[in-house]
Design a protein around this ligand. Structure first.
Ligand SMILES: [Zn+2]
Length: 311
């Protein structure tokens, strides 16, 4: 009797001027960082600079080689095309384009970076070795910082499917779990690729260990056609797997027997982050590429009844 119970929550008092970090906070990188590399299609030497941003900024891109060009925020509206890579443009100035963003986007997605400014002095991000591991390394060197705002997710409520040619499709559907899971299957006539499939739940460590180092690939026959179209001018065995029949031309061989489907999964992880928010749901892809992935994201943005924001 008479005993007084005080309700206290330890650890919630903050020094004056500090703002509380929510349980699942937005993030940015801790420090600016830059690097140089070759653009796969332009063959140009390109500098990539990553700059921290405050909460609710989103993923911003800026072409610093074109004067009077402010950054623009990546949204589904920025998706402009997908000839071999995902190309974005400033919706207000369609001539301001940036290509081959998908491997950087996959790393941002997997490392859960919500806010960042990406500056480039050329028309595409560097290709490095054709995988995402150098982007992931760059981001880990820059460090990560939590911000005083809750992370927002897109929770899929109803299925959405986009069909392409020869049975190809991509779809999104609801998940009972609070995660983004992906399935991918491919079929190629080159026997070194053949039929491959993979299932994956997006988690930072699993991405770094099993997916990030898988490289982009091209068939030897395609290379001449691409060069005639002024594409893949910076391509070499240093930045892509080149396949011919039952083997790869790269002297070091494959990093894993199913490196091809792992790379397709990597591309899907990157392309799905072009919503600007992480998705909670299931992604399923069959013989899909950037074109179908981008159509799916645009359809998702249009069909707002198929999802809702959650924090
Ligand atoms: Zn790729």
């Amino acid at each position: 009797m008479g005993q007084k119970i005080e309700k206290t929550t330890p650890g919630l008092s903050l020094p004056a001027g500090k703002t509380a970090i929510p349980a699942c906070p937005q993030t940015t990188i801790r420090n600016p960082i830059f690097c140089r590399g070759t653009g796969l299609h332009s063959g140009r030497d390109i500098t990539l600079k990553l700059v921290p941003q405050p909460a609710n900024s989103g993923i911003l891109f800026q072409r610093v080689d074109i004067s009077h060009t402010p950054p623009f925020r990546l949204t589904p509206e920025s998706l402009k095309g997908a000839r071999l890579s995902t190309i974005i443009a400033d919706p207000d100035r369609p001539e301001i384009q940036i290509a081959t963003i998908e491997h950087l986007m996959a790393s941002l997605h997997a490392l859960a970076i919500d806010n960042i400014l990406i500056q480039l002095d050329g028309p595409e991000t560097p290709i490095f070795d054709g995988s995402a591991q150098d982007f992931a390394f760059l981001l880990s060197c820059a460090g990560q910082k939590e911000l005083p705002a809750p992370r927002r997710f897109i929770k899929i409520l109803h299925p959405l499917i986009i069909r392409g040619e020869n049975g190809a499709f991509v779809s999104l559907s609801a998940s009972k779990k609070r995660e983004f899971s992906l399935k991918m299957a491919i079929e190629f006539s080159e026997t070194v690729i053949g039929s491959q499939k993979i299932a994956f739940v997006l988690k930072r460590e699993d991405f770094l260990k099993n997916i990030a180092s898988s490289r982009t690939f091209v068939s030897r026959d395609e290379i001449e056609t691409l060069h005639k179209q002024g594409l893949a001018l910076g391509g070499s065995l240093e930045n892509a797997l080149v396949v011919e029949g039952d083997h790869v031309l790269n002297p070091e061989g494959l990093r894993s027997a199913d490196e091809f489907v792992r790379h397709k999964l990597l591309d899907a992880i990157g392309d799905s982050y072009c919503m600007g928010y992480q998705i909670i749901g299931k992604f399923d892809g069959f013989k899909s590429g950037h074109e179908l992935n981008n159509r799916l994201i645009k359809a998702l943005a249009m069909h707002k009844e198929t999802w809702q924001f959650i924090s």
